[in-house]
Write a protein that binds this ligand. Structure first.
Ligand code: ATP
Length: 317
């Protein structure tokens, strides 16, 4: 039998999830300015789609409600990912990447990192470079500390700056509601505010003053058991006080979700998106209605997780 080699793809589309940190423990500021983290990532069904097609030169286009806030030049994380993968394989990054953006921009849900992960997977398939997963994960870590998790998805414990990942079992599908704020928060600014608050409180902000960040065993047990109530009780984010200090109105959003019946809540990553854990789909709808009626956020999104990381959804030949 003769096997005809498949024609090279004309386009590859990859779907990639946003993340919420169900635990974000922040250590002291290291001499290099970074902070060690114990970061429990959780991938949710809210996501972006990146489509790669051949082009004469690297080009980015973006659609979606926040499209005007996304850079189209070489600073776009998806463009950086395409360049890095091309360099690795000694080729030119001649690709058009279209980002259908649904993840809130600068919202603490790692949307840029998600697009970088999706671009790695899409370009790898378009170019037929067949990069092994461990190499993709190394390239992802070079691009940013949240990028490797967007490749893996599911739930995972991130150590170091968040890029050293250990997948975690999750015993049940979890219902989430996200309150999207007007405008974003800069992640470096939120870390600086966290350090400032620690200094102001007299505890100090350096590694010798702050205990090493550790995952919470109760949270990991709750995840593995699929015990939503225990998970809700264990949600923590060491950046939350800093995000609230920079954006005090987020306290009203958190209260509105709690009043609407959320089991637990927290600021997502560096914020300003707020995440609410609901008992079931019906309760998630009630929390969403309460948040929408409260006027304390720009948009409300109902979703669930965990879901897989960046994966191909369509190949056109
Ligand atoms: P993180 O929590 O990973 O720090 P975030 O979720 O708060 O990030 P992003 O949505 O990743 O924030 O956007 C942060 C900034 O990155 C934006 O303000 C934008 O200027 C820049 N950026 C670069 N590439 C992208 C991209 N593909 N999508 C969104 N923002 C991008």
């Amino acid at each position: 039998m003769t096997v005809t080699p498949a024609a090279p793809p004309q386009s590859v589309t990859v779907r990639v999830p946003a993340k919420v940190n169900v635990q974000l423990a922040v250590g002291g500021r290291r001499p290099d300015g970074f902070h060690d983290l114990a970061n429990v990532f959780f991938a949710v069904a809210l996501g972006d789609e990146v489509t790669a097609t051949p082009a004469d030169t690297l080009r980015i286009t973006v659609s979606g409600p926040d499209a005007d806030q996304v850079p189209l030049d070489g600073s776009n994380l998806a463009a950086r990912a395409a360049r890095l993968l091309a360099h690795r394989h000694g080729r030119t990054p001649d690709v058009h990447l279209h980002i259908a953006k649904d993840i809130p921009v600068a919202g603490g849900m790692a949307g840029g990192s998600a697009d970088a992960a999706a671009a790695l997977v899409a370009c790898d398939a378009l170019w037929g470079t067949a990069t092994p997963l461990d190499v993709l994960l190394d390239l992802a870590a070079e691009l940013g500390s949240d990028v490797p998790f967007a490749l893996l998805g599911g739930a995972a414990l991130g150590r170091g700056r968040g890029e050293i990942l250990e997948p975690l079992p999750v015993g049940a599908d979890v219902h989430w509601v996200f309150a999207v704020a007007d405008g974003g928060l800069s992640t470096p600014a939120v870390f600086r505010e966290c350090d400032r608050l620690r200094d102001e409180a007299g505890t100090g902000s350096d590694t010798d003053a702050v205990p090493d960040p550790q995952p919470d065993p109760a949270l990991l047990d709750a995840l593995a058991a699929g015990d939503t109530a225990a998970l809700a009780a264990a949600l923590t984010n060491d950046l939350q006080a800093a995000a609230l200090s920079l954006r005090p109105a987020l306290a009203d959003t958190l209260r509105a979700g709690a009043d609407g019946g959320a089991l637990g809540s927290l600021v997502s990553g560096s914020g300003p998106t707020c995440a609410f854990l609901a008992k079931d789909a019906e309760s998630a709808a009630a929390v969403a209605d309460a948040l929408a009626a409260s006027g304390t956020c720009r948009a409300v999104r109902v979703t669930h997780g965990p879901v897989p990381g960046a994966h191909i959804t369509a190949v056109v030949r």
